[in-house]
Design a protein around this ligand. Structure first.
Ligand code: ZN
Length: 312
């Protein structure tokens, strides 16, 4: 099950924002899959129920909610969230009407993650070509991640009584520091993060809350990646059972990733395919939701496609 719609991508230019973040990954993955599976179709955008501002309180603080309720405050907040994406002053030049459209867009993306989770629960597997905003924290957005779509979706399904216990497996090159922070007092959501031992966000001013299990890699330790992943999965196999697994499937550990701050992991395409297949086979019958998270440059899309092509 693939969840995709062309309007779900964050195409900054549409909002008059000039950030050097290329986000046509989802479109390129979808085109590649469609060549093999002609019946594949985008969802109807009306199927997605946008998150409400109140939904944000499932994860975020009152002050976060207040920022998102006031367009001027939100504009300042977005400058911080996209700080390392180029020139944050780009947000200064947009008017509040555009900030409102941007807010609606992010709430729609969050709603898509919720829908994708529902599909994962009812059909055992869903890959949403979007989502995975794992850096968003209790009080603020961070690292291109404006809201915590992952844990908002999980808490919504917990509220509905659809699930109790969940595991988040984060294999983006950067630590899932937002996910670990927002779940720190929550025994119902376990977190595993495999990431670079140095680099952002670990080498920043941010306070870091450990995940349930963190596996870190120094530069040059790529050959240990699959073995350590296997051991980590075994740890959670014994710790479960889980009602659902969310995979934050960043493509930025790839050796050809274009982001400077992801260069300490340099996995090959073959290693990344083995990573994805190992996770996919983990715990057989437990439903899995996969989210895109990070992945930058010309080749990122092909990391998602190579895995998805093995499934269709
Ligand atoms: Zn990343």
């Amino acid at each position: 099950m693939i969840l995709y719609h062309p309007d779900l991508g964050t195409h900054f230019k549409k909002f008059g924002i000039n950030l050097p973040l290329r986000d046509d990954r989802a479109d390129r993955v979808f085109e590649t899959l469609k060549e093999k599976e002609a019946t594949l179709a985008p969802i109807e955008i009306e199927e997605i129920e946008r998150l409400t501002l109140k939904d944000l309180l499932l994860v975020h603080s009152k002050s976060f909610y207040e920022k998102w309720s006031d367009l001027s405050l939100l504009k300042e907040e977005l400058k911080v969230t996209y700080d390392n994406g180029g020139d944050p002053r780009e947000f200064d030049k947009i008017d509040l009407k555009t900030v409102e459209r941007f807010r609606d867009h992010i709430l729609l993306q969050g709603g898509a993650t919720v829908l994708a989770l529902e599909w994962a629960l009812s059909r055992k597997f869903c890959f949403f070509l979007g989502g995975g905003m794992h850096h968003a924290r209790i009080d603020s957005g961070s690292g291109f991640c404006p809201i915590q779509d992952i844990v908002i979706a999980l808490r919504k399904k917990q509220e509905e009584g659809r699930i109790k216990k969940a595991l988040v497996i984060d294999v983006d090159a950067h630590m899932g520091d937002g996910t670990s922070e927002v779940t720190k007092d929550d025994d119902s959501i376990d977190t595993l993060s495999l990431h670079m031992a140095k680099q952002w966000p670990l080498e920043s001013e941010l306070s870091i809350t450990p995940s349930t299990l963190d596996i870190t890699f120094e530069r040059g330790e790529d050959h240990l990646y699959l073995e350590r992943l296997k051991e980590a999965l075994q740890f959670f196999k014994e710790r479960g059972p889980y009602d659902v697994i969310v995979v934050v499937a960043g493509a930025d550990p790839h050796e050809k990733d274009a982001l400077l701050s992801s260069q300490d992991l340099r996995l090959t395409r073959e290693q990344l395919l083995a990573r994805d297949q190992m996770i996919h086979e983990f715990n057989g019958q437990v439903p899995q939701l996969w989210l895109m998270a990070g992945g930058y440059g010309d080749q990122a899309h092909s990391i998602y496609s190579q895995f998805l092509l093995t499934l269709i």
